[in-house]
Design a protein around this ligand. Structure first.
Ligand code: BTN
Length: 270
């Protein structure tokens, strides 16, 4: 069932857009907004289509995790058909992180940080996450689905399950009501600008902003990838948005995949 009230709120706050947000569907409940758009991608759904849900019953996170999605959050996905070589899509995850920080700052007055690659961080806790999926299609270039989940307000102790202890909520942190419609509209506007920049190859301003927003840099990290577990210090973000780290012996490496825990964030090492 649709949430027409939210849809009207979003459309009343949304300025002119090129592609993202030309079609906006707001649902009261969905299994996963990414999965809805995955199906839409296969059925010829339009470039820039946005779907939101008030609740997700099977929300998905990165690395096959469940993303707990109770009432009180913003769960939004967008379908993109960029028609670019897969290599050119690599910065999308980080650029989306910057777009989300920008939208939160515009509508809530506080700017979150980004735990590499793209968890939203406020006061050392997780305020949201981003899941980018490349969808191969039988004909033509793959579609891209960007899913964003943001914690707005707490809904009773334990509604996020285990994640509750490491969760930050925008309303508590900003000390004021967060308007879901205004935040969603700001997010759609930012994603629209990000998409235009991506297609134009204009990633430079996003890299500069990402380097400022990334709270992982300068901290001790635990890397978990095909090499097993390794401790290092994050020393920067490379030109391709990879995380540059230095190991205790002085060797350096740029990390592009795998799990990175950051000392002092989300309860790790505190
Ligand atoms: C993460 O933190 O690992 C990423 C979380 C991404 C959650 C969003 S909510 C909207 C969209 N639908 C999903 O099932 N997942 C994404």
């Amino acid at each position: 069932m649709e949430n027409i009230t939210l849809q009207k709120e979003i459309l009343s706050c949304l300025g002119p857009v090129q592609t993202v947000g030309r079609s906006v569907l707001c649902l009261k409940e969905a299994a996963s907004t990414n999965d809805i758009l995955k199906e839409a991608a296969r059925q010829g759904g339009a470039d820039g289509t946005v779907v939101t849900a008030d609740i997700q019953t099977a929300g998905r996170g990165r690395r096959g995790r469940t993303f707990c999605s109770p009432q009180g959050g913003l769960y939004l996905s967008v379908l993109l058909r960029p028609n670019l070589p897969v290599q050119a899509l690599q910065p999308v995850t980080a650029m989306t992180g910057v777009a989300v920080c920008q939208a939160v700052e515009t509508s809530c007055g506080l700017r979150p940080g980004l735990k590499w690659p793209n968890d939203l961080v406020i006061a050392g806790k997780k305020a949201g996450g981003i899941l980018v999926e490349l969808i191969p299609l039988p004909e033509g270039p793959p579609a891209l689905i960007i899913g964003i989940g943001i914690n707005l307000r707490r809904r009773g102790e334990g509604s996020l399950g285990e994640a509750e202890t490491i969760a930050a909520f925008l309303e508590e942190e900003a000390g004021r009501m967060a308007d879901r419609g205004a935040l969603a509209a700001a997010l759609i506007g930012e994603l629209d600008r990000m998409y235009s920049a991506l297609k134009a190859g204009d990633t430079g301003p996003y890299l500069a902003r990402y380097r400022r927003d990334c709270v992982t840099v300068g901290r001790e990290v635990l890397l978990m990838d095909t090499h097993g577990q390794r401790r290092a210090r994050a020393i920067g973000v490379g030109e391709d948005f990879g995380l540059m780290v230095e190991f205790p012996g002085g060797e350096q490496e740029t990390i592009r995949t795998g799990e990175v825990s950051v000392r002092g964030l989300f309860g790790y090492g505190t």
